[in-house]
Ligand binder design. Sequence first.
Ligand code: CA
Length: 221
Amino acid sequence: MRVLLVEDDRLLGSALAGGLKHAGHTVDWFQDGVAADAAVAATAYDAIVLDLGLPRRGGMDLLREWRARERTRALPVLVITARDRIADRIAGLDAGADDYMVKPVDLDEMAARLRALERRRAGEGTPVIALGAIAIDPAAKAVTRDGTEVPLTPREFAILMALAHRKGYTLSVDQLRNALYGFAEDIDSNAIEVHVHNLRRKLGRGVVETVRGFGYRIGQA
Ligand code: CA
């Protein structure tokens, strides 16, 4: 997933960004509310990890605004905050947070909560995603074909997840690139095509379809 992390504490932010990357996500980290809002306006994120106490613009204010906008209304937001008072938690949830963690944040727990948000967003109740003969386990980052494990690179896995979560929809090369790479990363213009080619070779034909002139999709297999 492409995740926006908004946290002004440098030490904590750096630890959380590292933890998210380790969990296989692409992370953009911003340290104030105004920069975070600009990033959300420019980028299609899959989830946001949001601190509430932020310089320039508070997290609660951002959350209310994102929920009011059509494009970000359903975007999964995991709020993290030092404020452990019940009233703050309730206010955060009422403002539209999908989940809540109180600092200190455990990295494994954060990764698990993001996986749960990702599943809920995709409308899946079960942790393993089945696509015909292919089964994807997001927690284990494991893919099997007819029960046999298929080793994928992190990028291939990320592309497969992005397509699997939007089964039946076509994603353009730009949308996949956006889902996979952060702002700071310089990428080869046909990197996505190369990853898709390798993914097909490993998964077999017919799983990832090409929609000529538009992009790629996973059908209703
Ligand atoms: Ca803070």
